[in-house]
Design a protein around this ligand. Structure first.
Ligand SMILES: C[S@@+](CC[C@H](N)C(=O)[O-])C[C@H]1O[C@@H](n2cnc3c(N)ncnc32)[C@H](O)[C@@H]1O
Length: 452
C-alpha cells in the first residue's frame, strides 16, 4: 500500500521520506531537546524533500509535537500500558501514527501501514507487532469518540485534552483573558500555524510597495506590516537587502508603542535592553534613523548579539554584549528604553510546536525574578520624563501585570489606549496592552509604558 498525502487525493509517494523526516524531527526533539523549527528545514533539505512532500512533513512533525499530550493519552489507553514503559523511539512513531489517524485525512490503512513500516525501517522488526496492534486499536475510534472516552467532566482537564495544552497553561490563559467564553478560541488559535508577517522598515520601503512586490497584503494594525500568503521569505529581495524583515505584527505594534509614547525634552538616545535576535532593534533603529536618534542594543548571549548585529547593519544601532541587569551605563541616560524581557513565550505557542510541553510552571517563577531585575535597571537608566516599555511575548499575569505592579510602584503608567492602532479593540488591560492571536491575529504580546 503506497502512502498518500492527507485526504488520500495526493499523488502516491515513491518513498516515504516525508514521514521519515517527520519522525527524525520528533526524535531530535525528544532525545536531544532540539527545536523543531531549526531541525526540520535542515532535514528537509538533506533528504531533498520539497514542495507538497515538505508541507506534509511539516504538518506531521509540527502537528504531532503540538498535540503530544493528547496523543499520549490516547496511546496509553490503546497500548494498555503506561507510557513510561514504551521505548522513546517507539512512542515517537506511535505519536506520528496517532496524529495521522486522529488529526489528518490520511486514510486509516495508510496511517497504520506506514507507521508499521517506519517502525521496522527506523527502529527494528521487534516493536513492529506492538505498533501494529496499538495503531489498530487507536483506529477503532475517531477523534471525537476518543475525546468522549477520555473526558473527565472537569472543565480545565477536558479543554487541556481537547486542545492539547498542559492544564496549567489552560489555567494561565484563562486567568489572563479575564473574560468568560473566549478560552476555547484562545486555545484553538494556538493550534493554527501563523501567517508570516513582514515588517517594511520605515524609511526603506512602504508597506504598500512591499505588499505589491511580494503579492502580499498590507497589515491590519501596524503601518509597517505586510502579510505573506506563501513562499520563502528568504527569497524576497527586500528581506535580502534589509529593507524588510520577518516580524510578527504584534511585535511591530509594541515596538511602535515605545517609539510613539510622549516624552518631554530630548529624544535622541534609545535603549533596547534585551535585544536578541534583533527584530525590534531593527524596527526601532529604522525609526530612530528618521528621527536623528540612536539605539543601544544590549544582549547577554554572544550568539544572539551577533544576530542583532546582522539585523541592524546599516542602522544607527550600537550592539553591546552585556547583562541588562548591569550593562555599565550611567543612570538617567536614555530617553526611551525597551525591556523585551526573556519570558515563557506562552504568547507565541503557534510558532513553537513543542514549547507548551517543555515549559513548566516553575519557569514562570524563575523568569519573573529576572524580569523584575531587568525592569528595575531600565527604570534607573531612563531619564526623568523619558519612557520605559516593558514587553513580553507571554500573557501570563505573573510575567506581565504583576511585574509592572511590583517594580513600577507609584510611577505613572502611560495609557496605551490612544497609542494603539485605531480599531484594535480588546487590546487594553487597564493602562497596558495585551494582544491575542484569536482577537488580533498576532502573538499574545503584552506591553506597559512606564514614565521615567
Ligand atoms: C524576548 S527576547 C527579545 C526579543 C528581541 N527584542 C527581538 O525583538 O528580536 C529576550 C532576549 O533577552 C536576552 N536576555 C536574557 N537575559 C538577559 C539579560 N540578563 N540581559 C540582557 N539580555 C538578556 C535573551 O538572550 C533574548 O535574546
Amino acid at each position: 500500500m503506497s502512502p498518500r498525502e492527507p485526504g488520500g487525493q495526493g499523488r502516491a509517494l515513491t518513498s516515504d521520506n516525508p514521514r521519515r523526516v517527520a519522525f527524525d524531527v520528533l526524535r531530535a526533539v525528544s532525545a536531544d531537546d532540539a527545536y523543531a523549527n531549526l531541525v526540520l528545514p535542515k532535514l528537509l533539505s538533506q533528504e531533498h524533500v520539497e514542495g507538497r512532500d515538505a508541507a506534509f512533513s511539516t504538518e506531521l512533525a509540527y502537528g504531532s509535537l503540538r498535540m503530544r499530550g493528547t496523543l499520549d493519552r490516547v496511546i496509553e489507553v490503546a497500548a494498555r500500558r503506561e507510557l513510561s514503559t514504551i521505548d522513546a523511539p517507539v512512542l515517537d512513531a506511535l505519536r506520528l501514527g496517532a496524529y495521522q489517524i486522529l488529526c489528518t485525512r490520511v486514510p486509516i490503512h495508510a496511517a497504520v501501514d506506514t507507521t508499521v513500516s517506519l517502525t521496522r525501517e527506523a527502529i527494528g522488526h521487534k516493536p513492529a507487532g506492538f505498533v501494529n496492534a496499538v495503531m489498530r486499536r487507536i483506529s477503532q475510534r475517531d477523534s471525537h469518540a476518543w475525546m468522549d472516552a477520555l473526558a473527565t467532566g472537569a472543565q480545565a482537564a477536558d479543554l487541556a485534552l481537547e486542545y492539547a495544552h498542559p492544564e496549567w497553561i489552560v489555567a494561565e490563559l484563562d486567568a489572563a483573558l479575564g473574560t468568560p467564553g473566549e478560552l476555547r478560541d484562545a486555545l484553538g488559535a494556538n493550534n493554527i500555524a501563523p501567517q508570516v508577517h513582514l515588517c517594511a522598515r520605515p524609511g526603506a520601503i512602504d508597506a504598500e510597495d512591499l505588499a505589491d512586490a511580494v503579492s502580499g497584503r498590507v497589515g491590519e494594525w501596524s503601518p509597517y506590516a505586510v502579510y505573506l500568503d506563501g513562499g520563502d521569505p528568504g527569497d524576497i529581495g527586500a528581506v535580502a537587502d534589509r529593507r524588510a524583515h520577518v516580524q510578527d505584527e504584534g511585535s511591530q505594534v509594541v515596538a511602535s508603542l515605545l517609539a510613539d509614547a510622549p516624552v518631554t525634552g530630548s529624544d535622541e538616545r534609545w535603549l533596547d535592553l534585551c535585544a536578541g535576535p534583533g527584530g525590534k532593534a531593527a524596527l526601532l533603529g529604522s525609526l530612530a534613523a528618521l528621527r536623528a536618534a540612536t539605539v543601544t542594543a544590549v544582549e547577554v548571549s554572544p550568539h544572539r548579539a551577533d544576530l542583532v548585529k546582522s539585523a541592524v547593519a546599516g542602522l544607527p544601532v550600537e550592539v553591546v554584549l552585556a547583562d541588562g541587569r548591569d550593562p555599565g551605563f550611567a543612570d538617567d541616560t536614555f530617553d526611551r528604553v525597551l525591556v523585551d524581557a526573556p519570558c515563557t513565550g506562552l504568547g507565541a505557542l503557534r510558532r513553537r510546536p513543542e514549547a507548551r510541553w517543555r515549559r513548566k510552571p516553575e519557569d514562570v517563577t524563575e523568569l519573573a525574578v529576572l524580569q523584575r531585575q531587568l525592569l528595575e535597571r531600565a527604570l534607573r537608566l531612563v531619564r526623568p520624563g523619558g519612557v520605559v516599555a516593558y514587553v513580553t511575548c507571554s500573557p501570563v499575569i505573573a510575567e506581565t501585570r504583576e511585574v509592572v505592579e511590583a517594580v513600577a510602584g507609584d510611577r505613572e503608567l502611560i495609557p496605551v489606549g490612544p497609542l494603539l492602532p485605531s480599531g484594535m479593540t480588546g487590546a487594553e488591560v487597564g493602562s497596558c496592552a495585551q494582544l491575542w492571536p484569536h482577537r488580533h491575529g498576532t502573538d499574545a504580546m503584552f506591553a506597559a509604558l512606564i514614565r521615567g
